[in-house]
Design a protein around this ligand. Structure first.
Ligand SMILES: Cc1cc2nc3c(=O)[nH]c(=O)nc-3n(C[C@H](O)[C@H](O)[C@H](O)COP(=O)(O)OP(=O)(O)OC[C@H]3O[C@@H](n4cnc5c(N)ncnc54)[C@H](O)[C@@H]3O)c2cc1C
Length: 374
């Protein structure tokens, strides 16, 4: 037998090591539990979620609440990759979207049901309505019973030199998510093109911009017919004081003197505005959508059916920017949650071995406490 002192010191060392290990597991970037607590009898995950931003994370949370296991794939290219401070989501006003995603991931990791794979999915195959395969850029393949497509979409910028350099700093695409920050500006320009090329929509953007700038000019970038059509609507709305400029824009450049943006026209003249409003078109990455045969609409968004955002392909759901004309975070979260519920109802019942609500806890300490109690 070891002397008492030696046993005590071993016990203290063991306890200290266990405590440090549990801290590491709680705070590790992966945050995974040390043991697999959920059965994977057939190596087929319940749900594969393509896209780990707001829509995908929300779908994962709803699914975890029904004890489903999930793999979330993400290649870190969210639409707002500039990470401009967020607005219109209660509790997260003027805070970072990447912090919101990080917080959400931490919650999901603590369930022990969600695995994150930082990889681009390059191929998706459907075997039948309850079996899908996703292949990552590394060549690795995963299988799942259902698929949630939450891959967002990309901007399709207009072909105006200098446009991309000034988006989103001086070119605002949504005056609810960003506009208030520019209140009291001397002037604003609205470019009626792309998603804002329909006259009624352009007229609405002019009225929105008037809330944040003393003077608003509408630019139609060489389209004289559009200028006339919008002018008619603005007159009907009692907004006849709005100037309309149909000249072709050949360049946009930051104006460091006025902290505004200068438009150069084909006639050789320039004009500077405090900010511009323009909604660039969006486009969907073709691979996954084409491979699955997902139906898309004229804007390129995936067509889904309310309320669970089921696509035309059985077993496949879509949420967020990739499937929604209202491209903002509250909508992405809402759609993700509803899609998650729809998917859960299509899956067989599933039990984990836990009696506690693991969404409120995580790490080795919690697991150990639960194990002692069991
Ligand atoms: C400048 C700017 C500011 C904005 N400000 C606000 C705001 O203040 N408030 C607000 O509500 N909204 C705002 N938005 C809109 C908001 O960012 C989007 O509506 C939201 O990000 C949509 O979430 P999502 O999950 O649908 O898509 P995304 O956030 O675009 O995420 C899609 C994810 O899927 C991943 N992905 C795509 N393809 C694959 C693949 N093949 N394999 C693996 N992963 C893949 C991408 O890497 C990405 O992380 C802003 C947008 C911009 C551009």
């Amino acid at each position: 037998m070891f002397p008492l002192e030696s046993r005590l010191s071993s016990l203290i060392w063991f306890s200290l090591s266990a405590f440090l290990l549990s801290l590491l597991l709680i705070n590790s970037p992966e945050g995974r539990l040390p043991l697999i607590l959920v059965d994977h009898p057939d190596n087929i995950t319940d749900v594969l979620i393509l896209g780990g931003s707001h829509a995908g994370l929300s779908g994962a949370l709803t699914l975890a609440r029904h004890q489903h296991d999930i793999i979330v794939f993400d290649d870190s290219k969210p639409r707002n990759w500039w990470n401009t401070p967020m607005h219109v989501l209660p509790t997260w006003e003027h805070r970072s979207p990447s912090d919101l995603r990080r917080t959400s991931r931490r919650e999901l990791q603590s369930t022990g049901l969600v695995t994150f794979v930082e990889e681009k999915i390059v191929k998706v195959e459907k075997e039948h309505d309850s079996l899908f395969h996703a292949t990552g850029s590394s060549g690795k393949k995963w299988s799942g019973k259902k698929l949630l497509v939450a891959i967002g979409n990309e901007f399709d910028y207009p072909d105006i030199p200098g446009y991309k350099d000034n988006f989103p700093d001086k070119i605002l695409h949504c005056l609810f998510t960003r506009g208030f920050e520019f209140r009291g500006s001397a002037s604003a320009g609205v470019i009626a093109a792309d998603l804002a090329s329909s006259p009624p929509h352009a007229a609405i953007l002019v009225e929105d911009a008037s809330k944040f700038a003393e003077n608003v000019t509408l630019y139609t970038n060489g389209d004289h017919e559009l200028a006339k059509a919008i002018s008619t609507i603005l007159v009907q709305k009692g907004e006849s004081h709005i100037s309309i400029d149909p000249r072709k824009i050949i360049r946009l450049a930051k104006n460091t003197t006025s902290n505004g943006i200068t438009l150069s026209f084909s006639d050789g003249n320039d004009r500077t505005e405090s900010f511009l409003v323009h909604q660039p078109a969006t486009k969907m990455a073709e691979g996954i959508v084409g491979e699955l045969g997902l139906e898309t609409n004229a804007r390129g968004d995936i067509v889904t059916k309310m309320p669970f955002y089921q696509t035309n392909v059985p077993g496949v759901f879509a949420a967020g920017d990739s499937a929604n004309p209202f491209k903002n975070i509250p909508s992405a979260i809402f759609q993700g949650a509803n899609a998650g519920a729809g998917i859960a109802r299509e899956l067989p019942r599933r039990f984990t071995r836990h009696s506690t609500n693991r969404l409120q806890s995580g790490g080795l300490t919690t697991w150990f406490t639960n194990w002692i109690r069991a």
